[in-house]
Design a binder for this molecule. Structure first.
Ligand code: NDP
Ligand code: OXD
Length: 307
């Protein structure tokens, strides 16, 4: 039996799952079910202790891409497989989000906004895409497509990952040395890394200082990547042109937090890429068929790696 936890769109998900899995018994929280019959759960942000009542649980399908919150739970034993969404319609949205920030930088919208408030009519020098260096931290399922889409648009794109990778039109680097060489050669840094112990505060005061003075950062991965105090210090000293932030150390960002009103900060409330229900259910249904054949599934999480 597949049990579903999606308080935002329960009816939609229930219908999609029932249509996609006619041979399965599918039910949706808060309906009461025989907990012993539940072998699979599809969920996003279930409350603490949610999984404890399912003794026969085999697989949790995460209705999102990031699994940090699932790996921090104490109600999911090691024997339970965690499978997250791989793209499922989110890469296109991530491309749009990144492009918005890149254009803000390239077409100097931050400068024009300040000039508008000061009533100034001052055309700035034009800059073409081939002169803008966009570096992607985390060219995985999402970042890889962002990188390739921007490269096709003519931007100079680089990617930084843990393992070496090869991507058409993208200059790929990895490891500590790769990051050290990449950051100073970056105009816009697009971050789409998972939250893991290794990526926590990866962008601290030292590494932020490796970026050029007039660079910009877009963070659409997880807020733990950036040391927010160090970031504010950089922004206050004019060491960055602007940052576009979708994710934060604490969400929602606390009332009165200095990031809210900083003139060099653009904020969106964790909306860079939303789960597309039909795509998500299609991918999970396909994975169930693959599981049944004993083959490797898309999006199986490596708990040791943390993503
Ligand atoms: P993937 O697992 O497919 O890709 C992760 C990428 O990060 C890989 O390229 C991986 O490198 C790289 N990476 C991980 N750890 C390190 C490290 N320590 N050093 C260098 N590179 C590292 O994830 P997705 O692309 O599907 O998603 C990425 C993240 O985006 C999610 O985990 C989630 O946090 C966030 N997200 C945010 C959304 C939003 O709306 N703001 C929506 C959806 C996702 P390698 O290739 O070598 O493994
Ligand atoms: C996700 C997210 O990880 O929405 O899918 O952040």
């Amino acid at each position: 039996m597949l049990y579903l936890y999606s308080p935002d769109q329960p009816a939609l998900y229930l219908r999609l799952f029932k249509d996609a899995l006619p041979d399965w018994n599918v039910a949706c929280w808060p309906d009461e079910v025989d907990a012993d019959a539940v072998t699979h759960v599809a969920a996003w942000k279930p409350p603490a202790g949610f999984f404890r009542r399912f003794p026969k649980l085999e697989v949790v399908f995460v209705l999102g891409a990031g699994v940090d919150k699932f790996l921090q739970r104490d109600d999911l034993g090691e024997q339970v497989k965690i499978v997250r969404l791989a793209d499922a319609g989110m890469a296109q949205q991530m491309t749009e989000y990144c492009l918005y920030g890149v254009l803000h930088y390239q077409r100097q919208m931050d400068v024009y906004l300040r000039q508008q408030h000061a009533g100034q009519w001052r055309p700035q020098p034009a800059r073409s895409a081939k002169d803008v260096r966009v570096s992607i931290l985390g060219p995985g399922q999402l970042g890889m497509q962002v990188a390739q889409n921007l490269a096709k648009m003519g931007y100079r794109v680089a990617g930084w990952s843990r393992q070496p990778r090869q991507l058409d039109g993208v200059d790929c680097v990895h490891g500590d040395a790769g990051l050290r060489s990449l950051l100073p050669a970056t105009d816009v840094l697009f971050c789409v890394l998972p939250a893991t112990p290794e990526t926590r505060h990866l962008l601290d005061g030292v590494r932020l200082a490796w970026l050029p003075k007039d660079g910009a950062i877009i963070n659409a991965g997880r807020g733990s990547l950036i040391d927010q105090d160090a970031l504010l210090d950089h922004l206050d000293r004019g060491r960055l042109r602007f940052v576009l932030l979708d994710v934060f150390a604490e969400e929602p960002l606390g009332e009165g937090h200095p990031l809210w009103r900083h003139p060099r900060v653009l904020i969106t409330p964790h909306v860079a890429a939303d789960t597309v229900p039909a795509e998500a259910v299609g991918q999970i249904a396909a994975n169930l068929r693959v599981f049944a054949k004993g083959l490797p599934v898309t999006g199986l999480v490596d708990r040791r790696r943390g993503y």
